[in-house]
Design a protein around this ligand. Structure first.
Ligand SMILES: [Zn+2]
Length: 118
């Protein structure tokens, strides 16, 4: 997933001040953080909507892990959390991309490895 996104990031035009190469890539510091934090928050928020059953689900997950059978309510709650996680990673990546471009603005030259602020 990240591989596809980072390949599009290579389209960003920046010239390396050290060697003059145009093969410079925007650093993905905030994006990587945003994906992780956004994903976790998204999963928490999404599963929070079914917080009434959360305690029961946690118990059921442990029980089903032991019995290797997943009740429909548990798979549903996990599905909600996964959807929240995916939405969170997308949002986190979008916010992180803004931070990377407008606040951090750190590029790395792919020819010589020089890091610079655009
Ligand atoms: Zn360079």
């Amino acid at each position: 997933m990240d591989r596809v996104k980072e390949s599009t990031d290579q389209m960003v035009m920046a010239v390396c001040p050290a060697c003059g190469s145009r093969h410079c890539q925007l650093q993905a510091t905030a994006r990587k953080t945003g994906v992780v934090v956004g994903g976790m928050l998204g999963a928490l928020i999404a599963s929070g909507f079914s917080s009434a059953t959360a305690g029961a689900v946690n118990g059921a997950i442990i029980a089903s892990a032991l019995s290797r059978r997943l009740p429909a309510t548990v798979t549903g709650a996990i599905g909600v959390a996964i959807i929240g996680f995916v939405c969170g990673t997308i949002a986190g990546h979008a916010i992180g991309a803004e931070i990377d471009m407008n606040i951090l603005g750190m590029y790395q030259c792919r020819s010589c490895g020089f890091e610079f602020k655009a």
